[in-house]
Ligand binder design. Structure first.
Ligand code: ATP
Ligand code: MG
Length: 420
């Protein structure tokens, strides 16, 4: 195949077996989010570039190197959305949703980041996320974490997963801490990575989550954020921790956890797995009280998370097989016409029907077998003459002539009580 017709690097086709898992994850997450009172919001995949420049921060990985950014034919500067929260915040402002607070929203869909593709890291990937807007209290932090925990639990993926939790305090806490951290790191610049030296001026907090061994060594002696927390920020975090305790949600406090985006404050958290190598983060989020006002909207609290569907797919246990279809095998034009109607009637009764279109009987039986069909219904001229169909019970290896007028009732009955 010519180069240009391959999928774009880092983007993939989801074939039925994998797509089925994606669908399952989205269904479970949607159902459970609704149980928590979240409602769906859908925002466009293309957004104005300024939205992300203004929210994610100049030093974030996304803004510095990962955005799919282009100018369209009309000269508009656009980005394929790299994440969902900024779009939700934009919609909140544009649509005047401030009068409906508090708001609990969930979203899902494709996100785009130009990073190095590997298992669990793609350039088009899928996120499912929730946001609570307009609740200042730590109860909202607890509720979003509980909802995420419950989704992961229902999906059966908690086995290798740990919840990491931290607070990065309010802005007074962070400013006090930044000053101490910069003072400490400034005379150790020669031991820091190039990236961290750059961040020292622009975003010193991000140095804390550096993966560089040299940085890590320097950081062992660094001042701790928790020693700079204001009383208020400490109290807020204590409440979150207490709530998780009451709900018996296990967590570890991770003082290095700061999250990569500018808009977070107070609570930050990440569910990580040990099963996916460097792609360890499966669900991540936090509180972002400054985001909406940064975008020019009314001062509005927010807290939420997003999980990576592609990564959770890798952790998912085998799903039960899809409902087995009934294969209808009409032989000859008269039978084909009859089969059309029969298939519709059976589908109206909620039965999944595969209609064979061509090939000899043996070939069509083979296909029915391959589909894992529970029954094959053979309609040939002999059968039609007698107004019957030959029903083969594929699991039992038996067969039975059933009057055509009884077929719907008989199949509806026997497929709900399929012998094992
Ligand atoms: P990482 O550190 O792995 O790059 P991140 O901090 O950039 O993750 P977030 O922006 O917090 O990720 O996005 C939330 C979740 O979306 C992540 O925890 C992860 O599960 C998923 N995710 C992020 N980037 C990708 C990607 N390129 N491919 C697949 N999933 C991704
Ligand atoms: Mg990333």
């Amino acid at each position: 195949m010519s180069q240009s017709l391959k999928t774009v690097k880092g983007m993939r086709d989801l074939l039925p077996e994998v797509a089925r898992k994606f669908r399952h994850i989205e269904t479970v997450a949607t159902d459970l989010s609704q149980l928590y009172g979240f409602e769906e919001i859908q925002t466009p995949i293309l957004e104005p570039t300024a939205l992300f420049l203004r929210t994610l921060g100049d030093t974030s990985d996304i803004v510095t190197k990962e955005m799919y950014r282009f100018t369209d034919h009309g000269g508009d500067d656009l980005v394929l959305r790299p994440e969902g929260t900024a779009g939700v915040a934009r919609a909140f402002i544009n649509e005047g949703l401030a009068q409906h607070l508090p708001l609990k929203l969930f979203y899902h869909g494709p996100m785009f980041r130009r990073e190095r593709p590997q298992r669990g890291r793609y350039r088009q990937f899928f996120q499912f996320g929730v946001e609570i807007l307009g609740v200042e209290k730590p109860q909202a932090d607890i509720e979003v974490i509980a909802c995420g925990y419950r989704i992961l639990k229902s999906l059966g993926v908690l086995g290798t997963v740990t919840l990491h939790l931290n607070t990065i305090g309010d802005s007074a806490s962070r400013n006090a801490f930044k000053e101490k951290l910069v003072a400490y790191l400034s005379d150790k610049k020669d031991q820091l990575s190039k990236e961290s030296v750059e961040r020292l001026e622009k975003n010193p907090l991000r140095i804390l989550d550096s993966k560089d061994a040299g940085d890590k060594a320097v950081l062992t002696g660094a001042p701790k954020l928790k020693d700079s927390l204001t009383e208020e920020a400490q109290l807020f975090f204590n409440n979150v921790v207490e709530g998780l305790g009451i709900l018996e949600i296990p967590y570890v406090i991770d003082e290095r956890l700061v999250r990569g985006l500018d808009y977070y404050g107070h609570t930050v958290f990440e569910f990580t797995t040990t099963a996916l190598g460097a792609q360890s983060a499966i669900l991540a989020g936090g509180r972002y009280d400054g985001l909406i006002s940064d975008l020019g909207g009314p001062k509005t609290s927010g807290v939420g998370w997003a999980f990576g569907v592609d990564r959770i797919v890798e952790l998912l246990p085998e799903l039960p097989v899809a409902k087995k279809p009934i294969a209808i095998i009409p032989m000859g034009p008269e039978a084909e016409t009859m089969a059309l109607k029969l298939a519709e009637d059976l589908r109206s009764n909620g039965l999944s029907i595969e209609l064979g279109f061509s090939g000899n009987l043996a070939k069509r039986m083979k296909r029915a077998d391959k589909l894992g069909a529970s029954h094959a219904v053979i309609l040939g001229s002999d059968e039609i003459a007698k107004q019957v169909a030959m029903v083969k019970f594929l699991k039992l290896g038996t067969q039975e002539e059933v009057p055509i007028r009884d077929l719907v009732a008989r199949l509806s009955h026997s497929s709900t009580k399929e012998p094992s």
